[in-house]
Design a protein around this ligand. Structure first.
Ligand code: SAM
Length: 229
């Protein structure tokens, strides 16, 4: 793992420490999402949790084994300290970014629930040159069909200050513009980075929140838990 990879590494931990108060409201939203997600599986696979900054101990306590895919060695070390005594096992997980990575993940962990911790909209460690995120996400959805899984991930990020900072409730199929209007009802020009995750599992209900990453940077996050049947 390069120590300065864009989706993790030392820079991420420094940011997490520096902006811990700024991130706290978003972490409270993640805690609420997780409190409402109760898969029947007793084993959990956490994918990309970093040091677990957004993960409440109470949520993890419900599992008898927690398998972590996280390429950042500093994150793995911090996670072990943060959740001392919890049944954690680790895997650097670079293989997960390959075209058949999600199928391999589902096959390796037949009786587990999967939680993708804000990495589906990120550059992944180990992703091959020419990685096609849309195709890779389609393969992920197919591989996890009928399995308990959930993800929070970026839809877009921007430097434009939102007019509204929270969006309660569940949302059905929408277009990206409808989601943006939840937070920027004032309209106008919005320069943004598209994280190419919009449109996953279009029939599933989902929730949205803002993560203020830094004083002048906002990420629109989608919470997408598989409906339990
Ligand atoms: C934006 S950070 C996640 C943030 C973290 N979940 C949080 O809430 O603070 C993305 C994480 O994905 C991890 N990651 C990158 N490539 C990965 C891969 N191939 N498999 C698993 N995790 C990966 C990075 O090391 C990083 O910790």
């Amino acid at each position: 793992m390069p120590m300065l990879h864009p989706s993790g590494g030392l820079g991420y931990h420094l940011r997490a420490w520096r902006h811990r108060r700024l991130w706290a409201p978003f972490h409270a939203v993640v805690a609420q999402w997780l409190a409402g997600w109760q898969p029947a599986a007793r084993r959990l696979v956490l994918v990309g949790p970093s040091a677990g900054y957004a993960l409440p101990r109470a949520f993890l306590a419900g599992f008898t084994r927690i398998h972590v895919l996280e390429p950042d060695p500093v994150a793995r070390w911090l996670l072990t300290r943060r959740f001392a005594g919890m049944p954690l096992t680790f895997d650097a997980g670079r293989w997960f970014a390959r075209p058949h990575g999600a199928a391999e993940l589902a096959a390796r962990h037949a009786d587990a629930a999967f939680l993708f911790c804000n990495l589906l909209g990120q550059e992944l460690v180990g992703q091959p040159r020419g990685h096609d995120r849309a195709r890779w996400l389609t393969a992920l959805a197919q591989a996890l069909q009928g399995r308990p899984w959930a993800s929070w991930h970026e839809l877009v990020s921007t430097g434009t200050c939102p007019g509204v900072t929270s969006a309660a409730g569940w949302y059905g199929p929408a277009c990206l513009e409808d989601v943006l209007v939840l937070f920027w009802p004032q309209g106008g020009e919005l320069a943004l980075i598209d994280h190419a995750t919009f449109g996953m599992m279009p029939a599933w209900p989902r929730q949205y929140a803002l993560w203020r990453l830094s004083p002048a940077r906002w990420h629109v996050i989608e919470w997408l838990p598989a409906p339990q049947g």
